[in-house]
Design a protein around this ligand. Structure first.
Ligand SMILES: *Cc1c(COP(=O)(O)O)cnc(C)c1O
Length: 463
């Protein structure tokens, strides 16, 4: 053993080994020496436990440990996955994916200076929010707009700016938890608004709002039931029906829309009022996410009356939750596509996947099935529902086409599902009653080849 230890060269000698030439081109000597030191430690341990013996070449052992260490260390943790779950807005998988145009905007600005807060025509300081204001005015009919880091931040900001120290009236049926312990009552508390609960879990009437209003009231708050539905004996007052009361009492309405659609999904079986409709009906302030139904980057978009937006812009909290240039560039790219509502339907991946017709999904299923058959893996095609997800459309089932793979024994399926998830390009599927389900809604045609190749390789190593 001693003899083996003596064979370990000094670090600077090891650094010059010809096998490390490739790495020497890529990394500095200091970084490589650190990695070699680490590799030497591993090799020493292996000698101690007799995993390396006199038959092994010590230099090669160190080289291979060095390469292994650097490869692992340099690999990003955040990586692409193939979403075959059919859930278009999957919070665990990063919600909306960007359109090409949004990606281009982001990409072209990433390593450049920009006019983020510079008004190019006057040469004076500008506002970062100006870049998207015109677009949002045109697309939603709002007077003014503002963007923050996410909608949770938007909710907090609006409540603080408009109802701190005053009462904010909310229906008990809308005191929701959005996830990640973000609960509307707690957020109100945090923002300094006094929560005035009205109605009951299942029913809230207009007179409940009327009776609750007093001289302490600062805001009427509506919250979208993004992630649940109540059925049966229920009543809620839609935002637009609150407008006359709000006007009469001069108390603004704020609607936390959650998802916020700029595209009209109603012909596709998704009943979400567009932001434009709500603004037209007289709602004063609305906020919604950038990466839910909008199909853009993470963000919290606040639109509404200029007087109120001005007040919100003056709040100190805004500075702590302001968006960066990369988000703004991706958001501008996303919004620009909405100028052409027919094109956004094909070009925005979220809208495209939510509105795709059954024929297209069936055609995709047939192509993918054939590609798997070439690898001797046989799937059945089935007409199943997919969920839109992301806490955006509760219970919303969209008919889709899926590839189903069944195995008889109960052991190999979980193993297969785990192995494809742990793959170098992780593949995420649905599993139900010993069936592996791939939903064509979220699988891009351009990914078919890589999906078949990666799945088949793992499959052959598992089953
Ligand atoms: C999703 C959601 C939020 C939070 O939005 P994020 O952009 O995820 O921060 C707030 N309110 C409602 C009603 C939501 O659905």
């Amino acid at each position: 053993m001693k003899e083996l230890f003596r064979k370990i060269k000094k670090i600077d000698k090891l650094l010059q080994l010809p096998e490390l030439e490739g790495l020497r081109d890529l990394y500095s000597d200091a970084y490589l020496m650190d990695s070699i030191k680490y590799a030497v430690k591993i090799v020493r341990n292996k000698i101690n436990s007799s995993m390396i013996t006199i038959e092994n070449n010590i230099d090669s052992a160190i080289v291979s440990e060095t390469i292994k260490h650097i490869t692992l260390e340099q690999k990003p943790n955040l990586q692409r996955v193939l979403n075959c779950t059919g859930t278009v807005l999957h919070t665990n998988l990063g919600r909306a994916i960007l359109s090409n145009r949004a990606k281009e905007s982001l990409y072209s600005l990433a390593d450049q200076y920009s006019n983020l807060e510079l008004n190019l025509s006057t040469g004076k300081r500008g506002s970062r929010y100006d870049h998207i204001t015109n677009l949002l005015q045109k697309l939603t009919g709002c007077e003014d707009a503002l963007v923050v880091n996410n909608n949770a931040a938007a909710v907090l900001l609006v409540l603080t700016a408009l109802s701190k120290g005053k009462e904010a009236i909310v229906s008990r049926g809308e005191l929701v938890e959005i996830g990640g312990s973000f609960r509307i009552p707690n957020v109100m508390d945090f923002g300094g608004a006094k929560l005035k609960e009205i109605g009951t879990t299942n029913k809230t009437h207009l007179f409940d709002y009327e009776n609750a209003i007093n001289k302490e009231t600062g805001l009427l708050v509506k919250v979208h039931n993004s992630n649940y539905t109540i059925n049966g004996f229920t009543k809620t007052i839609p935002a637009e029906e609150l407008v006359p009361l709000s006007k009469k009492k001069r108390i603004p309405i704020y609607y936390d829309l959650g998802s916020g659609a700029l595209f009209d999904f109603s012909p596709y079986g998704i009943q979400e009022p567009t932001v434009k409709t709500l603004i037209k009906s007289g709602v004063d302030i609305l906020s919604f996410s950038g990466d839910k139904l909008l199909g853009g980057p993470q963000g919290g978009i606040i639109v509404g009356k200029k007087k109120l937006i001005d007040k919100i812009k003056k709040n100190q909290l805004l500075r702590a939750i302001r968006v960066d240039k990369l988000t703004l560039s991706a958001l501008e790219g996303t919004l620009l596509e909405y100028l052409d509502m027919d094109k956004v339907k094909t070009d925005n991946p979220t809208i495209n996947m939510l509105t795709v017709d059954l024929d297209t999904l069936e055609r995709k299923a047939i192509i993918l099935k054939k590609m798997f058959e070439k690898e001797n893996i046989s799937f059945n095609i089935k007409n199943l529902n997919s969920l839109s997800g992301g806490g955006s459309l509760p219970d919303k089932k969209l008919p889709s086409f899926c590839l189903i793979f069944e195995v008889d024994d109960k052991v190999s399926l979980p193993k297969l599902v785990e192995n494809i998830r742990l793959n170098r390009i992780p593949i995420l599927v649905r599993v139900k009653e010993n069936k592996l389900i791939m939903d064509l809604r979220t699988i891009k045609e351009e990914d078919f080849e890589v999906l078949v190749e990666e799945f088949s390789r793992v499959y052959k190593g598992t089953i």
